[in-house]
Write a protein of this length. Structure first.
Length: 163
């Protein structure tokens, strides 16, 4: 049996604890608009929970290209739009922000907007990036991109299987 680490203490008082987690990870082209609800929920958080959330986001972003609403800030998939949000989150966490000068440093691996699996760049091998799937286009993995093109809901199935 896999033992999960305990939840951070700040989460006990977090407003998001009473909200569907999906609201904090909006998908697709309307993600920025859909994030408004989650940002309002964050507005009900006590300061220590906002700071804890920001610190968690900073830590998680070291290893993964995190997306969604963290500490009341929306982190989109697009690296051009996320710099300001990352700068804000680092300020809230009290951690200096050093933007990456290389696009690949902040973008890969990154999650598919549909199934949330971590994607690698098309020109890299699974052998060098274990546990990732190939990026296709428009922030979709190969499987979800094909499913979207044919009208299937592959990403929904993948989420259910991997959950």
């Amino acid at each position: 049996m896999i033992e999960l680490p305990p939840a951070p203490a700040w989460l006990d008082d977090a407003a998001c604890r009473q909200t569907d987690a999906e609201a904090f990870f909006p998908e697709g082209h309307s993600a920025g608009h859909d994030a408004a609800y989650a940002k309002r929920v964050c507005g009900g958080c006590p300061l220590h929970a906002i700071i804890g959330c920001a610190k968690s986001a900073v830590e998680a972003n070291k290893d993964f290209h995190i997306v969604g609403v963290w500490a009341g800030r929306f982190l989109p998939y697009n690296s051009r739009s996320r710099d300001g949000a990352l700068r804000d989150i680092h300020a809230i966490a009290g951690v200096p922000y050093e933007p990456s000068t290389r696009r690949t440093d902040t973008n890969w691996p990154r999650p598919c907007v549909k199934c949330r699996r971590q994607m690698r760049q098309r020109n890299t091998s699974a052998e060098h990036h274990p546990g990732t799937v190939k990026h296709r286009s428009d922030d979709y993995c190969d499987t979800c991109y094909k499913a979207r093109a044919t009208g299937n809901e592959a990403g929904t199935f993948i989420k259910a299987v991997s959950a």
